[in-house]
Design a protein around this ligand. Structure first.
Ligand code: BGC
Length: 729
């Protein structure tokens, strides 16, 4: 790992950074650094700095979770390059604070809180030597069966964009962030092979607005996706990487490939504008020198890409100057934040009055379900975080329910027979959903690997090829992410993948039914990364979605069920009655077409009710939106009244529609939201910033604003946003 101190300006890079800090143009300074580079140095900036085979063996033997991955460093000029480490639910270099997964944080609808999470993750990453992170995963949840749903924020482009921007701003105080996966990576099992067909409108109106927002907010980098879009692999897709990112959005940064399988044609990937092949010296290392020599690759294009990377490093020179102390890693403040975020993200979707529990009225609580007693923190792929310890839901409940007998059994509902309350913990684990790598899916991609005996990037002489192969195929992660400070192993056989169904496992539904027969008061606690279809919902007293709640999840659950905190979350997607109400999802598809409607929008367009609409979630009080909100400039001013008897938060949502539109559209879409805390009986005015560009239509390369009335409505979820806004502009 390189940690260049920029404070002493003895290197050309440090001197250039000092000039940029004093007002010089970072691109001009970068161009002059690049002009001093040799061809070999320039080509060296176009891929990872680690030779393929030793790097792969190291990565799979646990190196992925132990150290960052360097690229684009030029020691002679003091150019620090990048040091990559993931990730979305915390720093993957073990140990670190394990936060609730991104989908949980999406449910908080709280960008200020998300910026604090970004700040904490960024500080831990930087303290561990990383300067660059893949933490900002922000693909749209087109269907809740997507295995990596937990790594993104939800189904709505505006909401995803606001949350991802907040994370980016927090992270970039310490490291450079990359937004990923660009673009249309919303399924997992077939991610290396699927071609997504999309027309201009769906691309720009649905699948890109959130990326555009984070690009405009100054994100340093973009990671291209594995899949192809309209027949072109994303890592070599000039339409996405040049026309959209650079020309149309005028974004200033560098693009990295997704890891190992991110490009198929090294020369084309350069021409298309992909700056760095990650994480190894792999395909480009074998092809580019010859391509330059033969004239099939223009050095002017190489220069342009290297300038973009170096210019970004100069723009982010503060990252190299400042390294937080190692004591920030999993420090008490970050653990407190993980607890705060976990309760702020839990979504109460049913409550007949059971919650909050009144411990003084309780004698015995029966906790049912295996997941109550394990640290269930999320998938075991590239975003896996290993905290020093993790509080299970059972431990949290036990520590909160002092003086109450708390019994637990994995599956025997009979223990709830004489209990006052049964808490049934059900849901998913990394075996059901998550990033997916399986050797069979990759066999057809082995031609992307350089030969094992290659003199520069091949196996080290002391390593036997059979031994290397055994490491690659056998180094399964299998181990639990929580409770240990040993880094888990990465592997080419990570479980997970896209979900087979949106229903719970049959034994979990049976456990809920058995608990409801044994005990009158049943609280169901659902773990998982996205929507669960809940035909049993109305048969139980209360249901709380807790996601993968991070290392403090157990404490946060106790905070919420005992009423020390409100359940702060709102659904970042619609939950249907039946999966058939959603767009079809074929996890083995080789081709798929993405259209204008999915999730809540499709339900609305079909005139069907969601079981639980987008934006819905109960607190411990109730709210009313007062009539007469007004639009002033780009802000909707609304008044909400707390009609209950407890302090609480409302998530005020503004939806926009163009009822007379001549185009197919979602009947209404989210254009703004804001959280507000209100005392019981009081009213509060809330200013909700709205983005009306989201109602524009994209036709033939331009944005068209229809000359037809726009209707804005306000509400507390997508199905009840009926309070009409008056245009006061
Ligand atoms: C994932 C990326 C991740 C990268 C590095 C890939 O398999 O798709 O999201 O950042 O690995 O770990």
């Amino acid at each position: 790992m390189r940690h260049f101190a920029l404070m002493d300006d003895t290197t050309p890079f440090a001197a250039a950074a000092a000039r940029v800090a004093a007002g010089a143009d970072h691109r001009v300074e970068a161009a002059s650094l690049v002009a001093d580079m040799t061809v070999a140095e320039k080509l060296g900036c176009l891929d990872g700095d680690t030779p393929f085979w030793p790097g792969l063996v190291d990565m799979v033997s646990g190196g992925y979770y132990r150290h960052s991955w360097p690229a684009a460093a030029v020691d002679r000029l003091g150019i620090p390059g990048i040091e990559f480490a993931d990730g979305p639910r915390g720093c993957v270099l073990a140990p670190a604070t394990a936060f609730p997964v991104s989908m949980a944080r999406g449910a908080s609808f709280d960008p200020d809180l998300e910026a604090r999470v970004g700040d904490a993750i960024g500080a831990e990453l930087r303290a561990r030597g990383a300067t660059y992170t893949g933490a900002v995963c922000m693909n749209l949840l087109r269907h809740p069966a997507w295995g990596r749903a937990q790594e993104t924020y939800g189904e709505d482009p505006h909401h995803v964009g606001v949350m991802a921007e907040a994370l980016t701003v927090g992270l970039q105080r310490h490291v450079m962030a990359c937004m990923k996966h660009f673009a249309l990576n919303s399924m997992e099992n077939a991610r290396f092979t699927v071609d997504v067909t999309i027309d201009e409108r769906a691309l720009h109106e649905v699948y890109l607005p959130h990326f555009r927002r984070v690009a405009a907010a100054g994100v340093a980098s973009v990671m291209s996706a594995y899949n192809s879009v309209n027949g072109e692999w994303c890592g070599e897709n000039a339409q996405l990487l040049r026309d959209v990112l650079r020309r149309e959005w005028e974004w200033d940064g560098f693009v990295t490939s997704d890891f190992i399988f991110g490009l198929r044609n090294p020369v084309q990937s350069v021409a298309a504008g992909l700056n760095i092949e990650m994480p190894f010296r792999q395909q480009r290392a074998l092809a580019l020198a010859e391509a330059v020599e033969s004239g099939t690759l223009d050095m002017a294009v190489v220069d342009e890409l290297v300038v973009e990377t170096v210019a970004t490093l100069l723009r982010f020179a503060h990252v190299f100057r400042n390294t937080p102390d190692a004591s920030v890693v999993a420090c008490p403040d970050h653990r407190d934040l993980a607890r705060e975020v976990a309760s702020a993200s839990m979504v109460l979707v049913r409550n007949d009055g059971l919650l909050p529990l009144r411990p003084q009225a309780l004698r015995k609580v029966a906790v049912l379900g295996r997941l109550a007693a394990v640290a269930n923190l999320g998938d075991h792929g590239s975003s896996n975080v290993t905290p020093p310890q993790a509080v299970t839901l059972l431990e949290g409940l036990r520590s909160g329910l002092t003086g109450v007998e708390v019994v637990h059994h994995d599956e025997d509902a009979a223990i709830a027979g004489d209990a006052d309350v049964a808490v049934v913990v059900v849901g998913y684990t990394e075996a059901d959903e998550g990033e997916f790598l399986d050797t069979s899916a990759q066999v057809n991609l082995l031609h992307l690997f350089p030969p094992m005996e290659h003199p520069e990037v091949g196996l080290p002489p002391d390593m036997d090829p059979d031994e290397a192969f055994a490491v690659l195929t056998g180094g399964g992660s299998g181990e639990e992410g929580g409770g240990s400070d040993d880094a888990p192993q990465a592997s080419f056989t990570v479980p997970g993948g896209d979900r087979a169904s949106l229903r719970l496992h049959a034994e979990h539904e049976a456990l809920i039914r058995a608990a409801a027969e044994a005990c009158d008061d049943v609280l169901v606690v659902v773990m998982g990364g996205s929507a669960v279809v809940m035909p049993w919902l109305e048969d139980v007293s209360a249901t709380l979605l807790v996601w993968y709640p991070g290392m403090e999840g157990g404490h946060a659950l106790a905070d919420v069920v005992l009423g020390r905190c409100e359940p702060g979350g709102r659904l970042p997607f619609a939950v249907p009655y039946d999966e058939a109400q959603l767009v079809p999802f074929d996890r083995d598809a080789t081709e798929v077409t993405y259209g204008l409607l999915h999730g809540q929008w499709k339900l609305d367009a079909d005139g069907e009710a969601a079981h639980l609409p987008f934006g819905f979630g109960l607190g411990y009080t109730t709210f009313a939106v007062e009539p007469g909100p007004t639009l002033v400039g780009d802000t909707v001013c609304a008044t909400v009244t707390n009609t209950g008897d407890r302090y609480g938060d409302a998530v005020v949502q503004v939806y926009g529609s163009v009822p007379d539109s001549v185009h197919q559209r979602p009947p209404r879409r989210l254009v703004g939201f804001a959280r507000v805390s209100v005392a019981p009986g009081a009213s509060a005015e809330v200013d909700v910033p709205v983005d009306l560009r989201l109602l524009d239509v994209r036709i033939d390369g331009t944005w068209v604003r229809e000359d037809r009335p726009v209707v804005l409505t306000v509400g507390l979820d997508a199905a009840h946003a009926d309070t009409v806004v008056t245009d006061a502009r």
